[in-house]
Design a protein around this ligand. Structure first.
Ligand SMILES: Cc1cc2nc3c(=O)[nH]c(=O)nc-3n(C[C@H](O)[C@H](O)[C@H](O)COP(=O)(O)OP(=O)(O)OC[C@H]3O[C@@H](n4cnc5c(N)ncnc54)[C@H](O)[C@@H]3O)c2cc1C
Length: 380
């Protein structure tokens, strides 16, 4: 049985930062063959490290604010600069490494970890059980039993559930978030990308770009909608999309009438192709049974119906796709103190996605991983 001051289970973004900041004899246990693997997939391989504007409005709970007071964007950027990771912001405030490569982030984090003297890292190892014992905690893997005074759970999303159950920790059920949505068939639209759409559902109202799939929709605005739906426990419904959000309804009506007059021998599909992707033009006109009509035969009522459908296109959402970027749910911040230590079980800490903190797209989830990992690392 080997004794440690600190054991961290999970070597993703939060676990790595936590280990880097621990000044004690620490064991970092990782299930996969490499630590920090997920970082490589973030931001489409570019790693959207954080955002210039981090505030509670971007998360599912206002309770995150107190933690960002301890370690915010500016401090994170300074911290990364000290590790040699320099960043730039795009025009939406999303920060990426100057190299535009997530490899840089992981490489330099690994470099810093390699310089830590009191740190042991084990990969390809999944603790089978964790338990509270007199001197702290015991962590049992297939091959070894470890004990520690302080235990940090950094397993990300729902993979930490077994430990929450073993330690009898209350948590909010995990649900996928920041994920594409399954829909009924989008006839002929697979692969069609539409910019400048406005997506509405309940109180959700956001502009952006969507990508149609055969039976789904995706894109950042849809990921953000999935966060809203997951937090509200909604599994089906009708999503309204304004397909030409940058053109007012009256203007669109006029433009369409003028285009029809100018091109009266065009089919309506030809006319509408001047406004929308051809497949979308066809899909809309088929829905209205106007796809065979010529502009010269089009009535005012037909034009109104076309405009109404463009401005109020309905997609039937029937569930969540796979490959979610984060989970909503986890250990409630109400049960954790200022240092993310469990209020009932001393020396037990939770960081990253296993905590019920999830943000929208834009660097907010990694920022939570860095913030929570740093806070706990500093107090170990
Ligand atoms: C494709 C993709 C792109 C993303 N892009 C961005 C982005 O650009 N910006 C952003 O802010 N967020 C992004 N995210 C979200 C972000 O990656 C996560 O929010 C963040 O990594 C969570 O950090 P974490 O440390 O909690 O969990 P993770 O980074 O998931 O790390 C958890 C680690 O624990 C290990 N583990 C799990 N169970 C066990 C176990 N039982 N024993 C031992 N080890 C275990 C896992 O193998 C993993 O290495 C993206 C996510 C995905 C999937």
């Amino acid at each position: 049985m080997e004794k440690y001051e600190v054991i961290i289970i999970g070597a993703g973004s939060s676990g790595i930062i936590c280990a880097l900041n621990s000044s004690k004899k620490t064991l970092l246990i990782e299930a996969s063959d490499r630590i920090g693997k997920k970082i490589l997939a973030t931001g489409n391989g570019k790693c959207n490290i954080t955002n210039n504007v981090i505030d509670a409005a971007h998360y599912n709970t206002p309770l995150v604010s107190q933690y960002f007071k301890k370690f915010n964007t500016i401090q994170t950027l300074k911290y990364f600069e000290n590790l040699g990771i320099h960043t730039y912001a795009d025009n939406e405030g999303r920060r990426y490494p100057l190299s535009n490569s997530a490899n840089t982030v992981l490489d330099l984090l690994l470099k810093a970890l390699s310089l830590k003297k009191q740190l042991r890292i084990i990969v390809n190892s999944i603790p089978l059980s964790v338990a509270k014992v007199n001197c702290g905690f015991s962590v049992n893997t297939k091959d070894e039993v470890f004990t520690c005074k302080k235990l940090v759970i950094a397993t990300g999303g729902n993979s930490g559930m077994q430990y929450l159950n073993q330690l009898k920790i209350d948590y909010i059920n995990f649900k996928p978030s920041l994920v594409g949505l399954k829909t009924t068939k989008n006839k002929g639209l697979a692969g069609v990308r539409v910019s400048n759409v406005r997506v509405k559902y309940g109180n959700f109202d956001e502009n952006g770009e969507i990508l149609f799939k055969e039976d789904g929709i995706s894109g950042i605005v849809i990921f953000n909608l999935s966060a809203y739906l997951a937090r509200s426990n909604i599994n089906s419904g009708k999503i309204k999309i304004d397909l030409l959000a940058n053109i007012q309804e009256d203007d669109l009506l006029n433009m369409l009438c003028i285009s029809m007059n100018n091109n009266s021998y065009y089919t309506l599909v030809d006319v509408l192709e001047g406004f929308l992707h051809k497949s979308l033009a066809k899909n809309i006109l088929e829905k209205l049974a106007l796809d065979k009509k010529y502009a010269k035969d089009c009535t005012q009522q037909d034009v109104n119906r076309i405009v109404n459908l463009i401005k109020d296109y309905v997609v039937d959402f029937v569930g969540y796709s796979d490959n979610n970027q984060v989970h909503t749910g986890g250990v409630d911040l109400k049960n954790l103190d200022d240092n993310l230590q469990h209020k009932q079980i001393q020396n037990l800490y939770f960081i990253g996605e296993v905590v019920n903190v999830d943000g929208v797209c834009g660097g907010y989830n990694l920022q939570w991983a860095w913030t929570s990992g740093k806070i706990v690392g500093d107090c170990l």
